[in-house]
Ligand binder design. Structure first.
Ligand code: HSE
Length: 315
């Protein structure tokens, strides 16, 4: 690696929680996501040259931006005597519940690690990503960052020590996600949650996490659907999302296996068996928002198995 070396990468958006797995389940989707270009510089530190597509809302201070926080941690860890410049292209909205800060941070550490000949493995990159999430949304939560970094479906079995498990996904599992144009900040969506939950809810929630794991491993789509129930966050956070239950009903009528809030919202996801049902579900979700005069985008994709990837450089 030498000064002037350059790379262009993409990191995918993610659906965290997946109904029953508050803070412990997540999966990556093919789009949206973030693109990042990085160039190695002689000067130490990380410099943000440009952030495109965020309407100026993201911090330009490298100490506050999730991508640069993660990259700086990486550089400190390897005791680098060089730095880098970055160009970040946001291809997704912030405050959407699609892991926007996570995708930026993953793109950043993935890029620097590739330029450093993959000095660290993915597990070793996780602490930098947790710090970045802490900087971005005041909570060091692993679900979005791990799903974006590893790709596929992940379970955070333990936070201390961090233990991320990758769960195989059945071939024909698709996802429709709608992002209504309503801003919900993760910090606010966490503050409205109760600090304690009833024992009965706890046991139903953990039974459903078990159910979804077995469903994924067996390729049992109906079991995956039956397990997409959330007793912890959805009852409270649904109040922040106009038309949430109408969207959920519309998804089920369109044939989805189940639907809930993506991460801390306002995006809503539905898991589906097959591409056709996923597209139909996406249209049904959007029809609800159109009726309410709320703008939205819909993304339909398989669960993204790859995670971040290198893109060709453009002149
Ligand atoms: N699991 C988090 C939450 C999402 O629901 O608040 C952000 O990582």
């Amino acid at each position: 690696m030498k000064v002037g070396d350059k790379i262009r990468v993409f990191a995918p958006a993610t659906v965290a929680n997946v109904a029953c797995g508050f803070d412990v389940l997540g999966f990556a989707i093919d789009k949206p996501g973030d693109e990042l270009i990085m160039e190695i510089s002689a000067q130490k530190g990380v410099e943000i040259i440009e952030i495109e597509g965020d309407d100026g809302v993201l911090p330009r201070d490298p100490k506050k931006n999730s991508a640069t926080v993660a990259i700086q941690d990486y550089l400190d860890f390897i005791d680098a005597d060089f730095g880098c410049k970055i160009w970040l292209k946001k291809l997704m909205p912030s405050g959407s519940g699609l892991g926007s800060s996570a995708a930026s941070a993953v793109a950043g550490v993935f890029a620097i690690n590739m330029l450093c000949a993959e000095k660290l493995n993915k597990q070793e990159l996780m602490p930098f990503l947790l710090n970045a999430e802490k900087a971005a949304c005041d909570a060091a939560i692993a679900d979005n960052v791990a799903a974006s970094l590893f790709g596929g479906f992940i379970l955070v079995r333990s936070y201390e020590p961090l233990d991320i498990l990758q769960i195989p996904v059945p071939e024909d599992l698709w996802c429709a996600v709608i992002h209504p144009h309503v801003v919900v900040l993760t910090k606010d969506a966490r503050e409205i949650l109760p600090k304690e939950i009833p024992l009965a809810h706890s046991l139903r929630q953990s039974a459903n996490v078990g159910g979804i794991m077995v469903g994924l491993l067996r390729g049992d789509y109906e079991l995956i659907g039956r397990s997409l129930v959330d007793y912890i966050a959805e009852p409270y956070r649904s109040k922040l999302i106009p038309g949430f239950y109408e969207m959920k009903n519309a998804a089920m009528e369109a044939g989805a296996l189940g639907a809930s809030i993506s991460g801390s919202g306002p995006s809503v996801f539905a898991l589906c068996h097959g591409k056709e049902i996923a597209h139909k579900t996406g249209e049904a979700l959007q029809a609800v928002m159109q009726k309410m005069n709320i703008k939205s985008e819909v993304y339909v994709s398989k669960v993204n198995a790859q995670g971040p990837k290198v893109l060709p450089l453009i002149d």
